[in-house]
Structures are given as C-alpha cells and as structure tokens.
Design a protein around this ligand. Structure first.
Ligand code: ADP
Ligand code: MG
Length: 421
C-alpha cells in the first residue's frame, strides 16, 4: 500500500496535511469505525477521499446536499479519480456511467443522496458492488434535534450492518448530545475511534458588542470592510431585507437570503456570492451548509445566535482560506428573551429544552466574558488553549476599560440571573 502522503501531493496537489487530517486518514484507511469532528473548512472531505484511494473496492459517500456532492465529484474527476454520484439531478448518461464503473469495479467513490437509501434497489446494488467502506459527511444530520435533521440518515445504521463494512462519520458539530446520537444511530452505540480536535480557527477575530444602535453598528462594521465579501446573520426574514437595503443605500453590494424566497432566487444569491468579490449577503441561518466560499472575510450577527454551537458554525464560514477574517456578534436583552422563549415554546422534550438552554447560556457566558473569548470557546469544545489568543476584542482591550458599558452589563447580568431556572 502506498503511503498517504504520496496521494496527498500526486492526486490532491497538497503539500502537507492540515492539523488532525493525517491521524484520521490513517485510522479510516486501516478500516476502523471512526467519528471525526473537525471545524468547517478543516478539510474533512480529504479524510475519506484519500483512504478511498488507498483501499480496494468502492467507498460509498452519503452527503446531504446534491450541490456539494456534484462539486466533490467534479473535483475528484478533474484530479483523475473515478468518482460518481447517484442523485435525482443526474442525467441518464451520468447514471449509466456510474453503473458501468460499478460493474467494472473501477469506481473508487460513489456519492449517494440519503433519499436513495430508501429506494428498494439501492441495498441490493450496493451489496453486489464490493463496497469497502461507508463515509457519512455532515453526520449531525442524523440528529433529530438539530436543524439539519434528515430522516433518511436514520437508514445508514442499517446499511452499515447489512454491508458489514467500516463506517467513517464526519461533522463540525461538537456538542456532546449530537455526538452521542451519532454513535447511537450510526454505530449502534459502540464507540468508534473518535477524533475531536483542530477547533481553533486562529485567523478568525472574535468580538461581541452590546446592541445599542444595531443598524448603525452593522453599517459601521461593514464600512470598515468595504469591498470584502461578508455575511450578516439576522434573526428574522424581514431584517435580512431591511439591512440589505440599508447597506445598498451606503453603496455596498448587498442582497438578502431566507427560506421564504423562491428556490430559484435563493440559487441566484448563492451563485452570485460564490462568484462575485465583495458581495454582502444578509441572511437567516437558512444560508448555511451549502455555502462553500473560501474567502469570506467577515461574518456579523445582527442578532444573537441560538446557541454556542450555532455561533461557532456561523462564524466558521469566514476565513476558510486561512487568511484573517473578522466576526462581530451583537446581543442585548431582547435577544436573550427571544432565544429563551423560542426554546420554551418549542416542541422539544423537557430534557432537550434544558440542554438547549445550556447551549444558549454557554453563548451568553461567552458574550459576557471578562477574559480571552477564544479560551472560553475552545474550553467549551473540550480543547485547551495555550494562553490568551491576542485576536479577540477582550485581548485587544481588557474589560476594565469598558466603563461605559458597565450599566448595560449589569442590566444584562440581572436578566441572565432571573432567566435561569
Ligand atoms: P470541511 O468539509 O471540513 O468543511 P473541506 O473538505 O471542504 O472542509 O476542505 C476545505 C478546503 O480546504 C478545501 O478547499 C480543500 O481543498 C482544502 N484542503 C483540504 N485539505 C487540505 C490540505 N491538506 N492542504 C491544503 N488545502 C486543503
Ligand atoms: Mg465538508
């Protein structure tokens, strides 16, 4: 068997592994059941693509978005790897080519949409195909409580048992409940080899501000970054439209995006964002998983996200190319009340609700921090920071000098205390 490094340069054209990649690649290639938690942009795809090349037979990849699948297949084929996808978006020719590659035993990676698992012929086809391994991308989609839940992901566990092959699961979602659900549903409760690391994104500058004039605060943040691509996350659909308009009035190139728009209009925004330099998208969290633009230079939250995990995932869309990127999160008493009532009025069971309150409180703890924010953020995800990061607002200006905001902080702390149940 060739060494992983040789594939890294010859096939993927990379000089070295990113932090954490090599150990995962080796475990997956050795045929272990694995769960790898790596931040967005950490390079998870390579961790199943490269082992697929090192092994005989075909690796089945389950991924939630057709657009992402097609992108990866295109990339692999350009690199000379035999890869194909079975999705509803296929032309008959594409599907034929996939079948032929399977018959001939030359196909190395077969991407299939989760919905395909429900089709009667799929399992039979995969049994005959000589599958070596199953890779599950965005594995948190198996979690019923997350907002990315995909019911068909629940079929993957049974597929693993039927095919009796190792499974490698990948996600950027690190909280312990989601992890436990992944282990339960994909691995039948048996703990896989787990990799949890590389959460630090040192190139992302972290900052929080108490909301006083939210629109002006967002406009001034954007003004300081004129001409750079950015995302403004908003708590409501209406706000995505008003902020986008305010930004255009200031001469920025900006548009809005939310799940209430026609699919076609959303696709236009996605395409513009990936192709244009300097476009600002004001969006709800619906603008997310499919965003695969490496050079987003900033992310601002006009409203407080619902949890520390959402916060981390949303800011993580910036600076995936490793170059410096800025983030700013606004928060105030109304946000806290809104997020609390959203949880209380939601349909979740009681234990889930208290977990959700915990994740929101963790984010509030980060917002109200008195010391390095990155240390707190990494600590939450179970990673130890070596010292203050030097790249957050509190490292830049220690809180003693925040006199002007003390009354607001006190008021917020009072809300925090009364809200705790
Ligand atoms: P994730 O799925 O973890 O969010 P991706 O697999 O999409 O991340 O990778 C993010 C980017 O990093 C891609 O553009 C990919 O080509 C690049 N990348 C991955 N591994 C390496 C590496 N070892 N060296 C350089 N670039 C890499
Ligand atoms: Mg990915």
């Amino acid at each position: 068997m060739q060494d992983p490094e040789s594939y890294l340069s010859s096939v993927f054209g990379f000089e070295s592994f990113r932090p954490g990649q090599e150990e995962i690649v080796r475990a997956v290639a050795a045929g272990l059941n694995t769960l790898a938690i790596m931040p967005t942009g950490g390079g998870k795809s390579l961790c199943f693509q490269l082992p697929a090349l090192m092994q005989p037979g075909v690796t089945v990849v389950i991924s939630p978005l057709i657009a992402l699948m097609r992108d990866q297949v295109r990339g692999l084929r350009t690199a000379g790897v035999e890869a194909g996808a079975l999705t509803s978006g296929n032309t008959p020719e594409e599907t034929d080519a996939v079948w032929q590659g399977l018959e001939a035993g030359t196909l190395k990676l077969l991407y299939i949409a989760p919905e395909r698992l429900a089709a009667s012929g799929t399992e039979r086809m995969l049994k005959r195909a000589g599958v070596t391994m199953i890779a599950v991308d965005e594995a948190h989609c198996v979690s019923q409580w997350g907002h990315d839940f995909r019911p068909d992901y629940l079929r993957i566990g049974a597929l693993r048992k039927t095919l009796d092959v190792p499974l490698a699961a990948f996600t950027a979602t690190a909280d312990t409940e989601t992890r436990a659900e992944i282990v339960e549903r994909l691995f039948d409760g048996t703990q896989p080899e787990t990799f949890l690391r590389g959460f630090d994104r040192p190139n992302l500058a972290l900052a929080f501000e108490v909301k006083n004039q939210p629109r002006a605060q967002i406009l001034s943040f954007a003004a300081a970054r004129r001409g750079q691509s950015g995302i403004v996350y908003c708590g409501t659909r209406a706000k995505t439209e008003t902020i986008a308009k305010a930004l255009r009035d200031e001469g920025h190139s900006a548009c809005h995006y939310h799940a209430g728009m026609e699919a076609e209009d959303r696709r236009i925004v996605e395409t513009r964002f990936s192709r244009e330099d300097g476009l600002i998208v004001c969006a709800t969290v619906a603008f997310g998983m499919g965003v695969d633009k490496p050079d987003i230079r900033w992310v601002a939250h006009a409203d407080l996200p619902k949890s520390i995990e959402s916060y981390y995932q949303e800011i993580g869309r910036a600076g995936r190319d490793g170059a410096p990127a800025d983030t700013l999160t606004l928060y105030g008493p109304d946000d806290i009340r809104f997020r609390r009532s959203q949880i209380d009025e939601g349909l979740a069971r009681g234990d889930r609700k208290s977990a959700d309150h915990g994740r929101l409180n963790a984010l509030l703890g980060l917002a109200e921090a008195l010391g390095c924010r990155r240390q707190i953020l990494l600590g939450y995800f179970g990673e130890e920071a070596t010292g203050p990061c030097g790249n957050c607002d509190l490292c830049a200006v220690p809180p003693e000098t925040f006199d002007g905001t003390q009354p607001v902080r006190k008021a917020l702390s009072a809300i925090l205390r009364t809200g705790e149940s």
